[in-house]
Design a protein around this ligand. Structure first.
Ligand code: ZN
Length: 448
């Protein structure tokens, strides 16, 4: 852990809370095996003090009846945009944190494309302190790779790390200058931080709004060539091999990029990759046409929804272990911004509240993936990218926990979202896996 999140005065303090009769999986409790079991978990103050398969008879302040619910370690999201400082009308650290815990996330990694940019220790410290003060969810800031995300001058990674940055990235923009990117990898390696790459060669993406293919041509919308991503992923893997730096591919979306990561991993290159639920479940053919004949901008994000073949390649990579983590790339925008024409609307969709239900419903409930693997991709393995030790429910560790309801179907509506923004392509979807209770360091931060 890079820093500890302390309880606010007057909250749970040293309260004892018993979580009774929850379903869990053995390996999530650090025990051998994948079998389900029923457990009782005692939380004292901010930590888990006792885990037992038999009744816990200690006197407690409160009991949570978890019968029929699945107990998970708090989820970790490697990529969110909380918009504070600077664009609080879309989201702020408080509303973003509420959206996170509603989705079962207790830790998120926030991107530096705020205003001002998180390219200096003051902005990083502000984000970390603000998150600590709110005390709902752990928000780990990242520092930008270049000043102002302008791709011209490298920031000082040593001071960014000292202020609390857990990674270096210019997310929101690709780094166009290869030499600058390689120097960033060298510098990041020397301070032991991963470099997160929004892989986009702008000479190939060419100001496009959606994936370049049949759909972009049919609607006369400027397309983003899939090579714009894979060219930068190739560059990053080669540079990682040369420099030994940890290179992480943000929101991977194309078959070619996945093939490159697969090959690099086989060679032992220090590369990791994340995929987002929307790239696993949607493709460009799914973008709905509005009444005026234009395309709905709530299906617009960067990288864009790709071809069906790319979507299937993402699914295959998720199931064969190429993918290290699932990231929402939670990117809130106001209804006014998103109701514009698809070419002028901003990129991005929200995703914190729907991520686990989408993955659970489409991959676990349909028997393509085990629940244990799903939780690992959304907690332990996601945290490991940033050196955050989490994802197991063990005695003596922070009580970051979530109880999920895997049995009750629910419909995603605009009202469902805790985020300030509602720009989701999954509204109307029927899913399973809603969080019923989320606890962050012993505090109940969400209950439904
Ligand atoms: Zn990005």
């Amino acid at each position: 852990m890079y820093r500890s999140f302390t309880l606010r005065q007057g909250e749970t303090g040293n309260m004892k809370i018993l979580i009774k009769d929850a379903h869990c999986i053995r390996h999530l409790l650090d025990k051998e095996g994948e079998q389900f079991l029923t457990v009782n978990v005692l939380v004292e103050g901010s930590v888990i003090s006792k885990i037992s398969e038999t009744a816990i008879t200690d006197s407690v302040d409160s009991i949570i009846d978890a019968q029929g619910l699945f107990l998970s370690p708090g989820l970790v999201d490697p990529q969110v945009h909380f918009r504070e400082p600077g664009m609080e009308y879309k989201e702020d650290i408080e509303s973003g944190s509420k959206a996170a815990v509603k989705g079962g996330f207790t830790s998120v990694i926030s991107m530096p494309n705020t205003s001002p940019t998180a390219d200096n220790p003051d902005v990083i410290k502000f984000m970390a302190d603000r998150s600590n003060e709110i005390g709902i969810c752990k928000v780990y800031p990242t520092g930008s790779l270049s000043f102002g995300l302008a791709g011209q001058t490298l920031t000082d990674f040593t001071t960014l790390k000292a202020a609390g940055a857990v990674a270096i990235t210019d997310d929101g923009k690709g780094v166009q200058q290869g030499e600058l990117f390689e120097q960033a990898l060298i510098n990041a390696r020397s301070v032991n931080l991963p470099v997160l790459d929004h892989s986009e060669d702008e000479s190939l993406s060419n100001g496009g709004a959606i994936h370049k293919g049949y759909i972009s041509e049919k609607h006369g919308v400027k397309g983003i060539d899939s090579r714009s991503e894979s060219a930068h992923v190739e560059r990053g893997c080669e540079m990682s091999e040369r420099t030994g730096a940890h290179y992480h591919v943000l929101h991977i979306s194309t078959k070619a990029s996945i093939d490159t990561v697969k090959t690099a991993k086989r060679k032992g290159v220090r590369v990791t990759a994340e995929v987002s639920p929307h790239h696993l479940l949607l493709c460009d053919e799914d973008i709905p046409v509005k009444e005026d004949g234009s395309l709905n901008a709530n299906w617009k994000m960067n990288p864009p929804l790709r071809s069906k073949a790319d979507k299937l390649a993402c699914q295959e990579a998720l199931l064969d272990g190429t993918i290290d983590a699932i990231a929402t790339d939670h990117a809130p925008h106001s209804p006014d911004e998103k109701s514009q024409h698809i070419e002028s609307a901003p990129f991005g969709i929200i995703g914190l509240e729907t991520a686990f239900p989408l993955i659970y419903t489409n991959f676990v409930k349909s028997n393509k993936m085990s629940l244990g693997t799903c939780i690992d991709l959304m907690s332990k393995k996601a945290g490991a990218i940033f050196g955050i030790d989490c994802g197991r429910i063990t005695e003596g560790t922070a009580a970051d926990l979530c109880l999920f309801d895997l049995e009750t179907e629910f419909t995603v509506t605009e009202k469902f979202f805790a985020s300030k923004s509602k720009n989701s392509p999954f509204i109307g979807g029927k899913l399973y896996g809603q969080a019923r209770l989320t606890m962050m360091e012993g505090n109940i931060v969400f209950k439904n």
